[in-house]
Design a protein around this ligand. Structure first.
Ligand SMILES: CSC[C@@H](O)[C@@H](O)C(=O)COP(=O)(O)O
Length: 363
């Protein structure tokens, strides 16, 4: 399930058999898969960033429930529901900023509540949960392809003179952050497949280097013409090359369009504004959090200082220096040209209305 091709397969899952995740801490140099047998394994893989990226975190979390409940006995349906609620909360707590695990976990709990009205048979309930989670993973790939096409079409439409475009992306939002294809990197893939991409630039994305380790790897893998730049080179890049668009992913989009994403996204948006470059956020609708009014209330995860002070386990600065390591920042909506979803490109001012329409149709 869930692969574009071998090396970019973030998840290996076969019902009733194994569930494994690619250990992204080792990419690009090694491709080792880790078994996920329990929710505790899932939480650990998410916390240590063996798996990362908002959509993938949710899928790995949910699939870890599938393997965890295998062979477990439950006294009754109420006991089963209580178990699901506890596991979902543990997975939500693993990393606080991305909303996807919270959203899918809440939907899963609601689904179980509906099902226990229909049947109290535990074997049947387990099967329905497995099918619900497998569908979630399958849908993610289709969603990403739709995001890719909507984003690419909008960029092409706005590109002056209708020629091929250069784009810049940040962090890793590709096959490795999703079940396949990717969100912002899906837009790059789609531009390439349409023959409309001149060149893709990707940032290193310090401190964790998702750009240089993972995105550069994906771009090379797909033979997409691409160049890696330091995070500190982006202003000069936009000044000296013609960049049609910056495309980033999202960990949570608030109702007003403010967007939490990998640290450094906010400065990219400011630089894009200063240079008249369109700035897109590409994310599935499940990353839009209609319950969060604005970016003010988004909790920003702060991670270990060692991610800044060390690279590959080696220190790169004097021991004992104070470090602040926020993993994400919030880009204000007014800097965002469009939010690219599977349902089309939404201007931030239209987002609240679109959320209400989506909820009326889907919830
Ligand atoms: C499709 S992934 C979208 C976001 O999750 C991505 O841009 C990002 O910020 C990832 O952060 P990470 O800390 O690597 O999980």
């Amino acid at each position: 399930m869930s692969s574009d091709s071998g090396l970019l397969q973030s998840i290996k899952y076969t019902r009733g058999q194994k569930f494994q995740v690619l250990d992204q801490l080792r990419v690009p140099h090694e491709h080792e898969y880790r078994d996920i047998k329990t929710v505790a394994d899932g939480v650990d893989a998410i916390r240590t960033m063996q798996v990362r990226g908002a959509p993938l975190i949710a899928m790995v979390g949910c699939l870890s429930i599938v393997t965890d409940m295998d062979g477990k006995d439950f006294k009754n349906a109420k006991d089963f529901l209580a178990y699901i609620e506890v596991q979902v909360q543990a997975l939500i707590d693993a990393r606080p900023t991305a909303v996807n695990m919270k959203r899918e976990g809440t939907r899963l709990i609601n689904f179980v509540k509906q099902q226990i009205v229909l049947t109290e048979d535990i074997t049947e309930l387990k099967l329905r949960v497995i099918e619900w989670i497998e569908e979630l993973v399958k849908t993610d790939l289709e969603t990403n392809k739709a995001i890719g096409d909507h984003g690419a079409n909008d960029i092409i439409k706005r590109a002056q003179a209708g020629g091929n475009v250069n784009v810049l992306t940040h962090c890793n939002t590709g096959s490795l952050a999703t079940s396949g294809y990717g969100t912002a990197l899906g837009v790059v893939r789609s531009l390439f497949q349409k023959g409309k991409l001149d060149h893709a630039f990707c940032t290193e994305t310090r401190p964790y280097n998702q750009g240089s380790r993972l995105t550069a790897f994906e771009l090379q893998h797909d033979k997409i013409p691409s160049t890696l730049v330091c995070d500190s080179a982006v202003s000069w890049l936009m000044k000296s090359r013609k960049i049609a668009a910056v495309i980033v992913g999202a960990d949570r989009v608030a109702r007003n369009g403010d967007t939490a994403n990998k640290i450094g996204t906010y400065q990219l948006a400011l630089v894009a504004k200063a240079h008249g470059v369109n700035f897109y956020v590409a994310a599935p609708f499940s990353t839009i959090d209609g319950n969060t009014a604005s970016g003010e209330s988004i909790v920003i995860e702060e991670r270990s200082p060692t991610e800044v002070t060390h690279i590959g386990g080696k220190p790169i600065c004097p021991a004992g220096i104070n470090v602040w390591n926020p993993a994400f920042d919030v880009t204000p909506a007014h800097l965002i040209t469009g939010i690219v979803t599977e349902n089309g490109v939404i201007e931030p001012e239209q987002l609240s209305k679109k959320i209400d329409e989506y909820n009326a149709a889907n919830l």
